[in-house]
Write a protein that binds this ligand. Structure first.
Ligand code: ZN
Ligand code: FE
Length: 257
């Protein structure tokens, strides 16, 4: 994968199917962690490289994204959503949509991507072409609507869809194979989806992660990013419905798939 910045990205599989991410700037030796599903495997990934955490970025309050934080935080700066400060571990920096912070020397933009939870945020590093989306936009999917509603999640999808095609979507779980089976049930003749499913099956059979993905491939294949396209509304049999209504239908079908 091409990455013009000096940032190194390490994907750390955790727990059953979670991903944590490390980013490291070799020039300054700064390291950041995005989400802390568990401590031991993340600490091992740091130790193997001789890295120490400067920043920990939290996307949302669920246990499988924060459980490792207490054991990992040390002197690191812990960043999370202001809106969720009351139910997150203690934050050193509380952020909200529109804020810009510096992490590993990279300008990092905060997006509110509520839907899965209220107060879920994404971190976008345009200089490194990275966006950390956790349980908002996922590879071929999106997070389940536990706290927000479909129109809110659709608003969140549109913010992420507006990023450049080459952006790497670093999402929180290895759910891609199941998401692919569902996407194919809706949109079986989408040639890009057919190709992607083959690639996903091959990667999984080889024990490889399917995360991160590119935003370009998500735009072509992820049903939740396609609910306002006439061709997708047509395959859903909802040509005149609003995008939010098509989104709600897709999400509801997935919940019982
Ligand atoms: Zn979650
Ligand atoms: Fe999660």
């Amino acid at each position: 994968m091409t990455n013009t910045s000096p940032l190194e990205l390490v994907v750390v599989p955790c727990r059953q199917d979670n991903y944590a991410f490390l980013v490291h700037d070799a020039r300054t030796q700064q390291t950041a962690l995005i989400d802390a599903p568990e401590a031991a495997l993340i600490q091992a990934a740091l130790d193997a490289r001789g890295w120490t955490l400067n920043d920990i970025l939290i996307t949302h309050h669920h246990d499988d994204h924060v459980d490792g934080l207490a054991a990992l935080r040390g002197d690191a700066r812990v960043i999370g959503a202001q809106a969720d400060a009351h139910r997150l571990p203690a934050l050193d920096l509380a952020v909200k949509e529109g804020d810009q912070i510096t992490v590993c020397g990279q300008a990092t933009h905060i997006f509110d991507v509520s839907g899965h939870t209220i107060g879920h945020i994404a971190y976008y590093m345009p200089g490194a072409n990275l966006v950390f989306t956790a349980d908002s936009l996922m590879a071929l999917g999106c997070g389940r609507l536990f706290e927000g509603d479909a129109s809110q999640m659709w608003d969140s999808m549109q913010k992420l869809r507006a990023l450049p095609d080459e952006t790497l979507v670093c999402s929180g779980h290895e759910y891609t194979a199941a998401n692919a089976r569902f996407a194919a049930s809706l949109d079986p003749d989408n040639p890009d989806l057919i190709l992607r499913i083959k690639a996903v099956e091959k990667a999984r059979a080889a024990g490889q992660a399917t995360v991160p993905s590119t935003l370009a491939e998500e735009k072509r294949t992820n049903p939740y990013l396609r609910v306002d396209l006439p061709e997708f509304k047509a395959v859903m049999g909802m040509p005149d419905a609003s995008p939010a209504d098509v989104f709600a239908k897709v999400r509801a079908l997935k919940d019982s798939f």
